[in-house]
Ligand binder design. Structure first.
Ligand SMILES: NC(=O)c1ccc[n+]([C@@H]2O[C@H](COP(=O)([O-])OP(=O)(O)OC[C@H]3O[C@@H](n4cnc5c(N)ncnc54)[C@H](O)[C@@H]3O)[C@@H](O)[C@H]2O)c1
Ligand SMILES: O=c1ccn([C@@H]2O[C@H](COP(=O)(O)OP(=O)(O)O[C@H]3O[C@H](CO)[C@@H](O)[C@H](O)[C@H]3O)[C@@H](O)[C@H]2O)c(=O)[nH]1
Length: 328
């Protein structure tokens, strides 16, 4: 299939574009490069454009005879969404609306959407989260993704087939070392801890030591980006026009901030200075997936571990990340 990959120059989108190409599809990347990288677009054509530009979206759909969409384009920094919520609603809600209008106009009835466990918000405190857990987002980011997901679900009425993949925390890099996580500025925990191990930053700040978790730091379910990419290809094959489904993508097991820092120290064999800091607004204490439904419906199981994520991300940083050996 000719698949429009919005946000395909970004971290998760570029790994999914690679998996699509490997499965015989043509990933047509549509991205404004706000947080993505032109060098990460290497598995199909690139079209520069904004997700809110309806005219450009329909022109690109026509030019490439698009048959299905994978929608990654978004602003996705939980903390930043609490200080600039309107920017998040503009890209994540208005942008998704324009994309759906363009799809409807062109009769495209298959979409796989990047949703997130951030839609569950405070619901995640007690146990692993199933898909029927009520959405209680506590950040504008989580709210914007929840609204986008609802628009896709409601669009079944005009024939849209949608699969929302609610990922937990993506981490790791392509096993071939071609692509990996490279944001500027970086805000995600694992790459930041690796930067500290590499001497590219002096320390890592622990955002909150007083959460109601086993060691007082936030717990997240980290999932390898290669596992996510495989799940997207599986989901695309199962999209049925006029039907909507949502699946959690996680490992079912959580790691605290302190556990991630210790794992990096062990795997990289380097010291990491960790400094206690205030809580970051918008952070729920604990988000861990119950991945049973994705396993039953998609045949999906996360096969890679936290160690695999850290090892592959470390290799990517050492090979491509401008690591300064004098400070190591
Ligand atoms: N990384 C995670 O842990 C994670 C977890 C859950 C969900 N998600 C979701 O997965 C998707 C991808 O996340 P990511 O980590 O790869 O982020 P990313 O920032 O690396 O990728 C997002 C891409 O969208 C593009 N983009 C942003 N605004 C755009 C606009 N207005 N028009 C066109 N393109 C635009 C960016 O340039 C970038 O290439 C997002 O929708 C995010 O909400 C990510
Ligand atoms: O310097 C840092 C950076 C992060 N954290 C903590 O580490 C955890 C993970 O943070 P981060 O890597 O920024 O991921 P999340 O905020 O959990 O958000 C990611 O994971 C979400 C799903 O949980 C996605 O929806 C988002 O798009 C994606 O950015 C959180 O508790 C943070 O408070 C720190 O303590 N110090």
């Amino acid at each position: 299939m000719q698949v429009l990959v919005t946000g395909g120059a970004g971290y998760v989108g570029s790994h999914c574009a690679k998996a699509l190409a490997a499965a015989g599809h043509v990933p047509v990347v549509y991205d404004n490069l706000a947080t993505g990288n032109r060098w990460a677009v290497r598995y199909g054509p690139f079209e520069h454009g904004d997700i809110t530009d309806l005219t450009r979206l329909t022109a690109v759909m026509d030019k490439h005879r698009i048959e299905a969409v994978m929608h990654f384009a978004a602003l996705s920094d939980v903390g930043a969404s609490t200080s600039d919520p309107l920017a998040y609603y503009a890209v994540n809600v208005v942008g998704t609306h324009r994309l759906l209008v363009a799809m409807r106009a062109r009769g495209i009835t298959r979409i796989v959407f990047s949703s997130t466990c951030a839609i569950y918000g405070m619901a995640g405190r007690s146990s692993a989260l199933g898909e029927d857990t009520p959405a209680l987002p506590i950040s504008p980011y989580g709210q914007s993704k929840n609204t986008a997901e609802r628009m896709i679900a409601d669009s079944a009425v005009w024939g849209l087939g949608g699969v929302a993949l609610r990922y937990f925390n993506a981490a790791g890099a392509d096993e071939d070392g071609e692509i990996g996580e490279a944001h500027e500025p970086e805000t995600h925990l694992i790459p930041l801890v690796l930067h500290a191990a590499a001497g590219l930053r002096p320390d890592i700040k622990i955002f909150g030591r007083d959460y109601p978790t086993r060691d007082g730091t936030c717990v997240r379910d980290y999932i390898h980006v290669a596992d996510l990419a495989a799940a997207h290809v599986q989901a695309l094959q199962r999209v049925e026009p006029g039907q909507f489904a949502a699946y959690n993508l996680g490992t079912g097991s959580g790691s605290s901030v302190l556990e991630v820092i210790d794992a990096v120290r062990r795997i990289c064999g380097r010291p990491v200075v960790a400094i206690e800091a205030a809580r970051r607004p918008g952070d729920p204490p604990e988000l861990v997936a119950d991945p049973a439904r994705a396993h039953a419906a998609l045949g999906f199981t996360a096969s890679l571990t936290l160690d695999d994520m850290i090892e592959s991300a470390w290799r990517f940083l050492v090979n491509h990340g401008n690591m300064d050996p004098r400070r190591a």
